[in-house]
Design a protein around this ligand. Structure first.
Ligand SMILES: NC(=O)c1ccc[n+]([C@@H]2O[C@H](COP(=O)([O-])OP(=O)(O)OC[C@H]3O[C@@H](n4cnc5c(N)ncnc54)[C@H](O)[C@@H]3O)[C@@H](O)[C@H]2O)c1
Length: 244
């Protein structure tokens, strides 16, 4: 099943793309980072392809979906993975930071689903996985706009799952905790919006490969009765407060 991964040039998106290839699928990596994305696609071989995508632009999404159909015949999976983390509190976040965060993390997910639906309907169904965050399950400090955008992803996932079930299209959200990528390296460097190891019951940050395995399950027919659900993968951080 051909899968389109937004933000596929690095981090979690790159791990998801690698996993698709390892499991014998075809993948379109779509990102604003052209060199990284093209290099990764080249290294993954002929079952991978790169296209420039700015998730905030509807025409850019339409081009990316057409590219997947032209290259691999159809589109069966979409991973709305592209995202940004701009740190700021309720008192310090500027309207510009807010608008940019909502444009990439929320509008981008909406436009991705909108562009993919037509292609998936003509393919007879599909699976959409929206990457939210534990910041879409609970509140966190120092990333106010990010939290808002990730709660929105969770809500849009449920609304879309209800609307698209009739076409055989499933929609799920994935909620990772802190995961070892450039995004979290940036937050660690600024000692901002991250948990520390002693706050994680399983004692470590997630690896991108932890997340990609869950995403591949949700893309596959193995999960054919799972839709409209949120899937937390966070080493038990949001499970509750430990007694000691
Ligand atoms: N790393 C974590 O701890 C963590 C935790 C929970 C959720 N997430 C989410 O996982 C997803 C992937 O994050 P990551 O950690 O791999 O971060 P990352 O910064 O390494 O990768 C994000 C990718 O999105 C791309 N991107 C950004 N803006 C874009 C745009 N307008 N159009 C197209 N692509 C764009 C970037 O170029 C980059 O390749 C994000 O949605 C993020 O919010 C990350």
């Amino acid at each position: 099943m051909p899968v389109l991964v937004s933000g596929g040039a690095r981090g979690m998106g790159a791990a998801i793309a690698r996993e698709v290839i390892e499991q014998g699928g075809q993948v379109v990596l779509a990102d604003v980072l052209e060199k990284e994305g093209q290099d990764l696609a080249d290294s993954l071989g002929s079952a991978a392809s790169f296209i420039h995508l700015d998730v905030t632009q509807e025409t850019s999404w339409e081009r990316a979906v057409s590219h997947a159909q032209d290259r691999f015949g159809q589109l069966g999976g979409l991973v709305n993975n592209a995202g940004i983390l701009l740190e700021g509190r309720v008192e310090t976040t500027t309207p510009e930071q807010w608008q940019r965060t909502i444009a990439v993390n929320q509008l981008g997910v909406f436009l991705g689903m909108k562009a993919a639906v037509k292609a998936m309907r003509s393919a007879g169904g599909g699976s959409i996985v929206n990457i939210s965050s534990t910041a879409g399950m609970t509140g966190f400090t120092d990333c106010f706009a990010y939290v808002a955008s990730k709660w929105a992803v969770r809500g849009m996932t449920k609304a879309a799952a209800l609307e698209l079930a009739q076409y055989g299209i499933r929609v799920n959200s994935v909620h990772p905790g802190d995961t070892m990528t450039d995004m979290i390296a940036g937050a660690v460097a600024s000692s901002g919006a991250v948990t520390t190891h002693d706050q994680i019951p399983l004692g470590r940050y997630a690896l991108p490969s932890d997340i990609s395995k869950l995403v591949l399950f949700l893309l596959s027919a193995e999960s054919s009765y799972i839709s409209g659900a949120e899937h937390v993968i966070d080493g038990a951080v949001t499970a509750g407060t430990p007694a000691h």
